[in-house]
Ligand binder design. Structure first.
Ligand SMILES: NC(=O)c1ccc[n+]([C@@H]2O[C@H](COP(=O)([O-])OP(=O)(O)OC[C@H]3O[C@@H](n4cnc5c(N)ncnc54)[C@H](OP(=O)(O)O)[C@@H]3O)[C@@H](O)[C@H]2O)c1
Length: 296
């Protein structure tokens, strides 16, 4: 989808979460001529980092200015949110957000910004199938696949300019459907690989794990089908494709457990449990992984 040509100046973004996906977003945003400043809880000076790309093109050095929440002088008009979901509330609470702030949420899971934005805010959800890993000072861009931005409206005037510099970026009028598709894969693959400390492919190879994955997918389909009768409800094949395509990978939730960090279980399986409750649906498979990971 494309927007009408606009002479509006490119926006200046504040980025919360200059980790793997946030740094990649910052590189694209900078390339499009937008400003970007990282918000950190404590003063750290400019961030110097490197992005290496899987297609062999030259590594990119990136310098990103930083500010602390208390040193921001003007209300934030454009916000990129790319911290892990458990840190979102703490990261946003001290920010001076404009009443009409536009926030782009690059996080997995659903709902992590609920109640954290002003009532006049525009929330644009992003769903990305790109993958980045590495360290704070060096990010390996493993895949630059499709990223969808979307909400209920038309693309903002800055979108086409950004799209020219963000590979495979698309505006989606059905972002909720894309979010749900990713959520089902995350809700099935991430907790099982985290709890059993296995790569994603184990969910295909191990019959017992495969059966648990199947149960998680079926329960997720039941909730989403109850929320939207047009949901196709047959996600197992798609989730199996993801597990097979990423067979050797460590899921982000497994990586979080391995380093003793909080996981994104609240925004993934927790969202499904919260959605199921008013529908009177029990989700025993999701409840089990949710409780097991929350205790870690
Ligand atoms: N990596 C991927 O390939 C990928 C793909 C799709 C979706 N996602 C999603 O993107 C989100 C971020 O993932 P990631 O892999 O980029 O995580 P990450 O590398 O751990 O980056 C998160 C960043 O947030 C920062 N942060 C934490 N608390 C903060 C606060 N209060 N204020 C400001 N910054 C704060 C962290 O800083 P410190 O390092 O100082 O703690 C870190 O730099 C997650 O929801 C993830 O599921 C990631």
């Amino acid at each position: 989808m494309s927007t009408a040509a606009s002479s509006a100046a490119p926006p200046h973004w504040h980025l919360v979460g200059a980790g793997h996906i946030g740094t990649l977003a910052a590189a694209y945003v900078q390339a499009a001529g937008h400003g970007v400043t990282v918000v950190r809880p404590h003063a750290v000076g400019p961030i110097e980092t490197t992005l290496a790309f899987a297609d062999g093109r030259r590594s990119q050095r990136l310098t990103l200015p930083t500010v602390t929440p208390t040193s921001i002088e003007q209300p934030i008009s454009h916000l990129l949110v790319a911290c892990k979901t458990p840190y979102t509330r703490a990261a946003l609470a001290p920010l001076p957000l404009a009443a009409t702030v536009t926030a782009v949420r690059l996080q997995n899971g659903i709902g992590s910004l609920d109640g954290l934005l002003p009532s006049g805010a525009r929330l644009i959800d992003a769903v990305t199938t790109s993958a980045v890993k590495g360290t704070r000072a060096h990010h390996d861009v493993v895949a630059e696949n499709t990223t969808w931005f979307g909400d209920d409206g038309a693309a903002p005037d800055w979108f086409d300019g950004l799209r020219a510099h963000w590979p495979n970026l698309e505006w989606s009028a059905s972002i909720r459907r894309r979010q749900w598709q990713k959520l089902v894969a995350n809700a099935a693959i991430n907790p099982l690989t985290a709890l059993h400390d296995v790569p994603n492919g184990a969910l295909i190879e191990d019959a017992a794990l495969h059966a648990r994955m199947r149960d998680l997918v079926a329960e997720a389909d039941r909730v989403l089908g109850a929320l939207d009768e047009s949901w196709p409800g047959d996600s197992l094949a798609a989730v199996t494709v993801v597990a097979r395509a990423t067979a050797g990978n460590t899921s982000s939730m497994r990586a979080d457990v391995q380093r003793g960090a909080p996981t994104e279980i609240e925004a993934i399986n927790g969202w499904l449990l919260r959605a199921a409750a008013p529908l009177g649906l029990a989700l025993p498979a999701h409840r089990a992984v949710f409780e097991a990971l929350r205790e870690r």
